[in-house]
Design a protein around this ligand. Structure first.
Ligand SMILES: C/C=C/C(=O)SCCNC(=O)CCNC(=O)[C@H](O)C(C)(C)COP(=O)(O)OP(=O)(O)OC[C@H]1O[C@@H](n2cnc3c(N)ncnc32)[C@H](O)[C@@H]1OP(=O)(O)O
Length: 269
């Protein structure tokens, strides 16, 4: 049993399935350090608990997540060493732990799934989306950064489509994401939770050791093609961008401007 008390996530045990949800709907589920620490804590518990067979990662409210909490981020010191340590732990480290999670994971996505939040969803094995879900990662244009810290897009979209998507920073709606193979299934918004849980319960019937080995082999297939090295190399490239004048200029514009630019870029075709 998980007796931890969380504020920024919810953690529900649903038979053999645990649903862990971002829970800051008033901030559009922006991921601050508390939320990320709680998410990682709940995942560690679920990974070690024998009765848990599948984990769903979701979001309470209208949106999966608006990405990093940019308000919190602008309050942190702009010092390379401190930023690197923070991002290596909470972005790269937590994401790789989710990627390596020993049981199947499903992202359950409705509404906005933006940049940092998208990165978390992309670390899950499967993505199930509501018909109102949209995905975007416009941070090259909005924050002068080479995409989010963990660059999964070429692996789940293909190289050419990832370039189109990231160069424009546009929105991709659930139906296109399904066609592109970036999401597995799309349901009407009212059915998302029920259908995702039904899928999780179905997967949970498999023998757990065999499932763990199956996931390990599938992930190793990606590793043998360079997945982990590419992810780690991109992280350093991303961090380099935080030292530039371009970055300092956009950071000085503040939170409101970042959100406004994100909305503007997301609206472009
Ligand atoms: C490498 C970098 C990675 C990153 O992840 S950087 C972050 C990228 N994300 C963004 O730039 C933010 C994107 N947010 C949006 O586009 C919109 O939001 C939504 C489409 C998700 C929702 O739009 P709507 O329903 O009109 O809500 P609203 O009025 O924009 O926001 C409601 C409250 O939520 C706060 N908020 C939204 N996103 C963030 C965020 N990412 N970090 C911190 N706060 C956020 C706002 O400021 C506001 O707050 P108040 O009610 O006090 O005015």
């Amino acid at each position: 049993m998980n007796t931890a008390v969380y504020s920024d996530i919810t953690c529900e045990v649903l038979g053999p399935v645990v649903r862990i949800s971002h829970n800051r709907p008033d901030r559009r589920n922006a991921e601050g350090s508390k939320l990320l620490d709680e998410l990682d804590h709940a995942l560690s518990w679920a990974g070690a608990e024998d009765s848990v067979r599948v984990v769903i990662v979701g979001g309470v409210g209208d949106h999966f997540s608006a990405g990093h909490d940019v308000k919190e981020a602008t309050g942190r010191p702009d010092v390379v060493e401190l930023r690197y340590a923070y991002e290596e732990k909470r972005y790269l480290g937590y994401c790789l732990r989710l990627w390596d999670f020993p049981k199947p994971t499903i992202a359950q996505v409705q509404g906005a799934c933006i940049s940092g939040g998208f990165m978390v969803a992309n670390m899950c094995d499967l993505v199930v989306a509501a018909d109102d879900a949209f995905f975007c990662d416009p941070v090259c244009g909005t924050l002068a950064a080479a995409a989010t810290e963990v660059l999964v897009h070429p692996w789940v979209l293909g190289l050419r489509a990832a370039k189109d998507f990231l160069y424009t920073g546009r929105k991709m709606y659930a139906d296109e994401a399904l066609r592109m193979g970036m999401v597995n299934r799309v349901y009407a918004r009212a059915e998302l939770e029920r259908e995702t849980l039904a899928l999780a319960v179905d997967i949970a019937k498999a023998p757990p050791f065999a499932m763990k080995m199956l996931k390990r082999s599938l992930n190793r297939t990606a590793d043998m093609q360079g997945f982990r090295n590419a992810i780690q190399a991109h992280f350093d490239t991303h961090e380099l961008c935080h030292t530039t004048q371009e970055y300092k200029d956009v950071r000085a514009l503040g939170l409101g401007a970042t959100i406004a630019r994100t909305k503007e870029m997301a609206a472009s075709s």
